[in-house]
Design a protein around this ligand. Structure first.
Ligand code: NDP
Length: 273
């Protein structure tokens, strides 16, 4: 059952382990949300672009778990950056989910060529002050992008949700986050299964009697990251939550670090606009 919490720099607490809704079909989303909450998850990662915010809201409402026990994240998509557009995008997300506010709103990508992420960040700061969102953060931001928004506003995002898995370990960003009090949250944490056969993963799995996915998720937790795997299967959701009865040793963590390959599964934030 549920998960430890990570302290956010605005005084709130984030469940460390949650589940994501990317590519979950809208007509299955309410079921996945209900099953996830029933299994013990208390963190749900959504986004406007996933096209399933209504299902997220329906799942929340039809679950016996109280709303205030669940941490709900959603995100502003790239073509909604800018003051007026972001305000409207946030209102639309809240209306689709059916909530007066969400726990965390993220800028989905920096989109450097658009040149609007600072204005968008200032808008999220205002929306937080108005109570539309409880906490604010970013996703796919590079060190340079973070330096701009922090330097210009003095407001440090509570987290940065980035691609992170054994083949893309993001050491530089993690160190910057740690120095700034920003939580690192790993997306595509299982790396689309690319490391399930890797020797260091297999070795821990054999020793601890766990699956490769469980070993990799446990590795994220021990790095200090928040992690949001996705599974549309109830058994997958339960398996990914069952990672609190074992740990990787220091030597096993060191062996995992050798899997770094600088290999992305998704776009490079420098080029995605
Ligand atoms: P994951 O790394 O979580 O992998 C999901 C895949 O792994 C699915 O095919 C799933 O299949 C399978 N899987 C899940 N659990 C297991 C298991 N225990 N054993 C074997 N296979 C398993 O990928 P995602 O790309 O979905 O990333 C997770 C979340 O991160 C997203 O849902 C989204 O919320 C977020 N994200 C954010 C991005 C951003 O730009 N901010 C970009 C991409 C993702 P099955 O359903 O059959 O279990």
């Amino acid at each position: 059952m549920a998960t430890a919490g990570l302290a956010l720099n605005d005084g709130k607490t984030l469940p460390q382990l949650g589940f994501g809704l990317w590519q979950v079909p809208e007509d299955q989303t309410a079921r996945v949300v209900r099953e996830g909450l029933a299994a013990g998850y208390r963190l749900i990662d959504g986004a406007a672009i996933y096209g399933n915010e209504a299902g997220l809201g329906e799942g929340l409402r039809s679950s016996p778990v109280a709303r205030d026990e669940v941490f709900v994240t959603t995100k502003v998509w790239n073509d909604r950056q800018g003051t007026a557009s972001t305000r409207k995008a946030v209102e639309e997300s809240l209306a689709r989910i059916g909530l007066p506010s969400v726990d965390l709103m993220l800028i989905h990508w920096p989109c450097p060529e658009r040149g609007m992420f600072l204005e968008t960040w200032k808008t999220l700061i205002a929306l937080r002050e108005e109570g539309k969102v409880a906490s604010i953060g970013v996703s796919n931001f590079r060190v340079a992008d973070l330096e701009v928004i922090i330097g210009e506003t003095g407001v440090v995002p509570v987290l940065n949700q980035i691609e992170l898995h054994p083949r893309l370990q993001q050491a530089e960003l993690r160190a910057f986050h740690a120095a700034q009090g920003i939580v690192t949250q790993s997306w595509t944490p299982l790396g689309q299964g690319r490391c399930f056969e890797a020797a260091p993963v297999r070795a821990v799995a054999a020793r601890a009697g766990k699956s490769p996915a469980q070993v990799i998720l446990r590795w994220h937790l021990q790095l200090g990251c928040s992690v949001i795997p996705r599974s549309t299967r109830a058994a997958g959701l339960a398996e990914n939550l069952d990672i609190f009865d074992f740990s990787l040793t220091e030597a096993e963590m060191a062996a995992m670090s050798t899997l770094e390959a600088g290999e992305r599964t998704g776009p490079d934030p420098a080029e995605f606009n």
